[in-house]
Structure formats: C-alpha cells, structure tokens
Design a protein around this ligand. Structure first.
Ligand code: ADP
Ligand code: ASP
Ligand code: MG
Length: 437
C-alpha cells in the first residue's frame, strides 16, 4: 500500500484535479490523501474570525464568495448533467451548513468544524469526478480513524485499528481517498492537525498501516537547499535523512508540516517529496540514510520570542534549570532553543498564548526580559564530531548581522542561530552564497 498526498495547489482547480490521473494509477493499491483546494482553508479561517467577532454580515459575504468559486469549479469539473447535479448537491450541502453555523453560538468548537469543510469538499468532489469517468474509488471518512489525544498528540494505534478494519471491509477495492488535516479530539469533536496538516495525515496513515512509501505531491520538485520564496537559485536535494528532514520541517521549511516526519521515521516508512507540476522530476527521498559530511539545507522559522532569566542564584545551583523548565511544562509551552551562562539563561518559544503567566512565574528566579520578532535560522547537514570548520563558515556568513543566540552540538545535524526577523532575508542569502556557491 502506498500513500499519496496532494496539497492545495495540486487540487487547486478543475484542471489540476483532472490531471491527477497522470500521476495516480487507479489500479495501484493506495490511499490518496487530499488537502483542501488552495485558498479554501485561508477563506474558512477568515469566515471563522468574522463569526468569532460576531460580524455575521461579513461572514455571510465571504461564504457567498467562496461558494461562487466552488460553483465555478464544479461547472468546469463535470461535463454530464447527472454528475454536475451531484456536485451541486455537495456544494449546497456544505455551504448551507456554513450558513447555518453562522446563526448559532460560535466558539472554537464550531471554528474547527468550519475549517474541516475544505478537505470534506475537495475529497467528495474528486470522488464524484472519478465516478463520472468510470474510475472506481472508495471515499474514507478521516474523522472515523484520525484522532488526537488530550495533549493534541495523534493516536497512531487508534488509526491502525480503525483504518485496518475499514480497509478489510472493502476486499475487492484498492483505490481509497481520504481527507488530510482533519481528525477528532479526545472529546470526539471535529479538530485538525494544525495548518499544513495534510502532510502529517499522510505520514500518520503511512505509519499506522505500515505503508510501503509515503509520497507528498506538491508544487515544487522536492525539498530545496534554502527557502525558494526568499533566495534565488535554490536547488532540490535528492536525499535527506529523517533527522535532517525533521529539523528542516520543524525549523520552517514550509514544504513539510513541522511534525510530519516523526511518524514515518518511527515506523521506517520512506517519504518522497514530488512535484505535481513536473511528475518526472526526481524530488527528494527521505530515509534513514544520511550522506556524510555535507551541508544540506537552510531553513528559517519566524515568530520567535526570547526569554532571558538572569539570576545570581544560578551560580552552581543544581535544580535551577529543572525549575525553569517546569514553568514552561505547566503552561504546555515547548522550548525551541536554549543557551546558558553562569548568571543567565536565554530560551526561545513560538507558542506565546501563556507568555504573561510564564513571565510572572519566572520572576521568582530573578529578572526576566522578553524580546519578540526573532527568527531561528537553521543550517542542516552532517556535522559529525570529528568535522571542523562548519560553525566558522556559518558565523562568517553572518558576520555583518547581529546574532542573539547560537546553538551547536545539540545534534550532529543542526547549527541554529537566532537573529531579528528584519535580518532574515539577508541572513538566508548570505548563508546560501557562503555555503553553497
Ligand atoms: P502544499 O499545498 O502542497 O502542501 P505548501 O505550500 O504547504 O504546499 O509547501 C510547498 C511550498 O513550500 C513551496 O511552494 C515553497 O514555496 C515552500 N518552501 C519553503 N521552504 C522550502 C524548501 N526548503 N524547499 C521546498 N519548498 C519550500
Ligand atoms: N488545508 C489545510 C491548510 O491549508 C491543510 C493542508 O493543506 O495541509 O492548512
Ligand atoms: Mg503544505
């Protein structure tokens, strides 16, 4: 069984949906995971924001605009009246539902339901399209087998159990379609795997049923060696280890959801990043293997906040860091980077919902300073202990940029520096020139 995930651009128009069969072989045994049509989830976020603000008029306007786009899409997708009618029923159903939601009390629970409509629409419409051209497929409801627990962690064993049973109940079928991104939470409510979560769905399903391979089909020919939205002349990377890919995804390479590498890594499922617009391109293969002594790629993660705690009591005090970390643990706030000196510790977070309470508690240890609008720039590759010169090259490329923190040696495959977000573009370009040219 293979898992093929197609992102928003890959299903972004009727034409793109039709072209998926250039890539998908209907006779293969596979689960095809689809994202929402590109732009839809952003529109749904906007609709939810208006409803949370209780601006029903604006929300209804946005719902209408989005519905028009879908009516256009089905007009282009279906030639025969019979299937156009079916498509219209689906569009009406989902948009009537959105309109009805705007009459009720609107909380974060309803917000998740709104966000789920994008993947429900794309998969249902694609399923009808396949029917319209006599290609047999089975639409599987992700909400029946994708689940997160009370800590928002996916429950792979649940997916294994449920999905295996569902697939067994279709002994003569081989082509399954399902929604990326959406799941249920521990209360049984509709929830999601955060933005970009369809990659995570594909990897989780791949792990849950021990797939042969997970393919992430997107709008670029694999993981590039720098952010192609910022740096010119970036190149695709043919091979990455799971660890390298995980670092890049976590530290901002948008092509992969930050958590999406871990399930595949844990269950040793190879992941391929491929280009829907250029299916023959080699893309990137992610496996356990790592190429020795090579700098692979550069990524950047914005929206970082630094917290510095200065305390004279830290001097020789064992247990100090534990107590600091416990504060972050109580507020379920992950720490990304940390540097220490004898009198101070600086650490970074990107989830700042509980910042105020965290800072208040940290004041018990000493003085606390907070700096916002920072970016972590991360250079990934194989920097084995016996190697030398890598850190010098990275810092040399950044010699004209103020560096706030440096992290090296935490693993063999990552050098991270913290800079101000205003310096990001220059940092990425300068590193690219110094490390790859
Ligand atoms: P999809 O909708 O298919 O999930 P995304 O927009 O989430 O696609 O991810 C693909 C995009 O990620 C690319 O178009 C590219 O602009 C961006 N990107 C950022 N960093 C990288 C990188 N290092 N390599 C490749 N793409 C990257
Ligand atoms: N549609 C969701 C999003 O836009 C999930 C995804 O595309 O991966 O975030
Ligand atoms: Mg994506």
């Amino acid at each position: 069984m293979k898992i093929l995930k197609f992102g928003g651009t890959s299903v972004g128009s009727a034409d793109r949906m039709k072209k998926l069969l250039d890539i998908i072989n209907p006779s293969d045994t596979q689960i095809v995971v689809l994202s929402a049509v590109s732009g839809t989830t952003n529109s749904l976020v906007e609709i939810s924001n208006q409803l949370l603000k209780q601006d029903k008029t604006q929300a209804l306007k946005l719902i209408e605009t989005l519905k028009n786009q879908y009516n256009q899409l089905i007009a282009e997708l279906f030639d025969k009246t019979e299937f156009l009618e079916q498509g219209k029923e689906v569009v009406d159903y989902h948009f009537d539902f959105l309109t009805a939601l705007s009459n009720d009390l609107f909380t974060q629970v309803e917000e998740k339901v709104v966000l789920a409509q994008g993947e429900l629409l794309s998969t249902t419409l694609y399923h009808i399209y396949l029917k319209s051209i006599n290609v047999k497929s089975v639409l599987l409801p992700a909400l029946d087998f994708m689940k997160i627990d009370e800590d928002n962690e996916p429950v792979i064993s649940f997916t294994t159990e449920k999905l295996s049973k569902i697939i067994e109940s279709y002994p003569t079928d081989n082509f399954f379609i399902t929604q990326g991104f959406i799941c249920r939470n521990s209360f049984g409510e509709v929830d999601n795997l955060r933005r970009g979560g369809s990659d995570y769905t594909a990897s989780l399903i791949g792990a849950a049923i021990m797939a042969e391979e997970v393919q992430i089909w997107t709008d670029i020919d694999g993981m590039h060696n720098n952010d192609p939205r910022i740096v010119k002349g970036t190149q695709p990377i043919a091979q990455l280890s799971f660890d390298e890919a995980a670092e890049l995804a976590y530290f901002g390479a948008k092509i992969l959801h930050p958590q999406s590498v871990f399930p595949a890594q844990r269950f040793k499922i190879p992941v391929r990043l491929l280009n829907t617009m250029e299916p023959q391109a080699k893309g990137t293969l992610i496996t356990h293997e790592s190429e020795k002594g090579k700098i692979k790629s550069i990524a950047a993660k914005d929206g970082i906040t630094v917290i510095k705690i200065q305390s004279s009591r830290m001097l020789l005090a064992y247990g100090f860091l534990r107590r600091v970390f416990e504060v972050f643990e109580r507020y379920k706030t992950p720490i990304d980077m940390i540097t220490t000196s004898e009198v101070a510790v600086s650490l970074t977070i990107d989830f700042t919902d509980n910042l105020e309470q965290i800072v208040k508690e940290l004041h018990d240890f000493g003085s606390v300073e907070v700096e916002e609008n920072k970016t972590i720039v991360c250079v990934v590759g194989d920097f084995g202990v016996e190697k030398h010169g890598y850190a010098a090259r990275v810092l040399d490329a950044l010699k004209h940029i103020p560096v706030r923190m440096i992290s090296y040696g935490g693993s063999h495959y990552n050098i991270s520096v913290l800079i101000s977000t205003v310096d990001k573009t220059e940092a990425l370009r300068s590193l690219h020139n110094r490390l790859f040219d």
